[in-house]
Unconditional design. Structure first.
Length: 363
DNA sequence: GATTCGTGGGA
DNA sequence: TTCCCAAGAAT
């Protein structure tokens, strides 16, 4: 912690000027985002909560259309809390990290049960809710309620690592960076300070080629002084991604296709899938459809679906069978017949939509 | 502390 | 093509 101590001392000397410069920059350059209130106004806590969950490890550009669809359909927390989980998962499909959607639904229930259908303003109470970790609790407290909190996201980690020229690699340096962030407290406008740092990180202090010439904090920045801004923060090297292989089974009958709901936990948990066999690392493709969910005249579909998850690549070979309209079997466990025209509205993650697209070309 | 958990865009 | 990584949380 010697580094953090030295950094904090540096910050205390400059912190007032840094905060002022950042707030002035933010007043001029703040992004106009759909979950933000006009300058000076306080944002709707429901929108802040929803947007912060969506923005976890997800780009603003990817979130915006989802945020609009959620808000059109569920304009306030009361409406959202009444939504069945299945509908939440359908609206979330394609955004990724589906535990967020499951936790979002669970969190709404907890807000109704424990907080009278309101979003609490205390960081500690927020932190106890499903899907809300240290970052999100601080972000909601600061942005929605102007509470004395400093959320530390990837942007702020990067800005602070550069400001103080921290050489320690992430993620080990997270605690040290959080300590530096807290050295800016107390703040007059915690929400604007946090969002200012995030906007700065997104627009100026970017990961690869920071635009120091346009940075309001340049005169305070140790990394710029050392000409290493673009090299910070350092990160521990990543492990290589292995490849897993699997077969999927597209069974069509009378214009409907057989889908299956995945197990509630784990990868793509509770989402719908084209039934697949085992996903085997360093495996080959079976020559026979022995893992098919039903007996049918299976034939191989030409081509391959490739998809990359966070920690492995997946290659899927598709098998297809078409049954006569009158011969539709009862759906096996966790399965359901879905009209092909209604696939778009199903809770299908992106990898499964790729399979549907391949099947459509094979039909 | 290390792993697991998605997706799409850009260099 | 390949790699990086974006408003992290849960285990």
């Amino acid at each position: 912690m010697a580094g953090a101590k030295a950094g904090a001392e540096t910050a205390s000397g400059d912190s007032g000027r840094i905060v002022a410069a950042l707030l002035a920059w933010y007043a001029q350059h703040r992004r106009d985002l759909p979950w933000r209130a006009p300058p000076g106004a306080r944002a709707d806590p429901y929108r802040v909560w929803l947007s912060e969950i969506m923005l976890q490890q997800t780009t603003v550009a990817a979130v915006i259309p989802y945020f609009h669809r959620f808000l059109d359909r569920w304009p306030d927390l009361g409406a959202f809390a009444a939504a069945p989980r299945e509908e939440v998962l359908k609206e979330w499909a394609g955004l990724g990290y589906y535990a967020r959607a499951r936790n979002l639904h669970a969190c709404a229930g907890a807000l109704v049960a424990r907080h009278g259908g309101e979003i609490p303003r205390q960081e500690s109470q927020l932190r106890a809710l499903p899907g809300i970790g240290p970052y999100t609790a601080a972000a909601i407290a600061a942005i929605a309620f102007d509470a004395q909190a400093v959320p530390v996201d990837g942007n702020i980690e990067r800005v602070l690592a550069r400001l103080f020229a921290l050489q320690a690699p992430l993620p080990a340096a997270k605690r040290e960076i959080a300590a530096l962030a807290r050295a800016f407290l107390p703040l007059s406008r915690p929400g604007d300070f946090a969002q200012g740092l995030m906007d700065l990180g997104a627009a100026v202090c970017t990961p690869k080629s920071p635009d120091c010439a346009r940075c309001p904090l340049a005169r305070h920045c140790r990394a710029r002084e050392l000409s290493i801004a673009g090299d910070l923060p350092r990160r521990a090297p990543r492990k290589a991604r292995p490849t897993r292989r699997a077969c999927a089974f597209w069974l069509e009958c009378g214009g409907s296709v057989l889908l299956r709901q995945r197990e509630d936990q784990g990868l793509l948990g509770a989402m719908m899938e084209v039934p697949t066999g085992a996903w085997v690392e360093d495996g080959g493709f079976a020559d026979h459809p022995r893992e098919a969910p039903l007996k049918a005249p299976w034939r191989r579909v030409e081509g391959l679906v490739r998809h990359t998850f966070t920690h492995f690549h997946l290659e899927i070979r598709l098998w297809r069978a078409d049954l006569p309209p009158g011969a539709r079997p009862g759906p096996p466990m966790r399965c359901r017949w879905v009209p092909v025209e209604e696939l778009a509205g199903e809770a299908l993650p992106s990898v499964m939509r790729k399979l549907a697209a391949l099947a459509a070309r094979s039909g």
